[in-house]
Design a protein. Structure first.
Length: 180
């Protein structure tokens, strides 16, 4: 039973994405923050349980990747429509995932199996992307309105997201080109 938990957690994350989208769209930032924290914690637990209990599977790796990309794309799109981050950040983050998914689909269409494992910079990038979403939501809940330094923290994480997004994309492109 424990070997199914990572996949169940990935499916839960996918199911929660429309809820977060709706909450952000209608400015229920506190509830969006709580749901996003649940998604982030379940993402961590999914990977942790899969590694510790040797419950990794091919379907699980796809589910985890789909859950991450679907959440990141939808959250950043909605944060962008609410003007909570600069549009160039939204474009960079979403473009990376679209390019990676496009390369995967193209390879699949060409009957080339890609065995590209997540690289460390990509894991850091995903962590920072989640962190930026959480910080933006916290900022819009109003918890840190009086804390001047909080905006500097958001800016620091935002530029870190840009750097890791571009760097990880370049590494993935290099890996993909080496397969072809």
């Amino acid at each position: 039973m424990i070997k199914k938990i990572p996949n169940i957690l990935s499916i839960l994350r996918i199911i929660l994405i429309p809820l977060v989208a709706w909450l952000i769209l209608f400015d229920y930032f506190l509830y969006a923050l709580i749901t996003t924290l649940i998604i982030a914690i379940s993402d961590f637990l999914d990977g942790f349980i899969a590694r510790v209990f040797n419950a990794q599977s091919e379907i699980g790796s796809y589910l985890d990747s789909i859950a991450d990309k679907a959440f990141i794309i939808s959250a950043y799109m909605l944060i962008g429509t609410q003007n909570l981050l600069p549009i160039f950040v939204i474009i960079i983050v979403i473009s990376r995932d679209i390019i990676i998914m496009g390369a995967f689909c193209l390879s699949f269409a060409m009957n080339q199996k890609l065995d590209i494992n997540p690289i460390r910079i990509s894991k850091i990038n995903t962590f920072l992307q989640f962190t930026l979403i959480i910080l933006v939501l916290v900022n819009n809940v109003g918890i840190f309105d009086s804390v001047y330094m909080f905006n500097y923290l958001i800016d620091f994480v935002m530029y870190s997201v840009i750097a890791t997004t571009v760097t990880s994309l370049l590494f993935y492109i290099k890996q993909w080109l080496n397969y072809n």
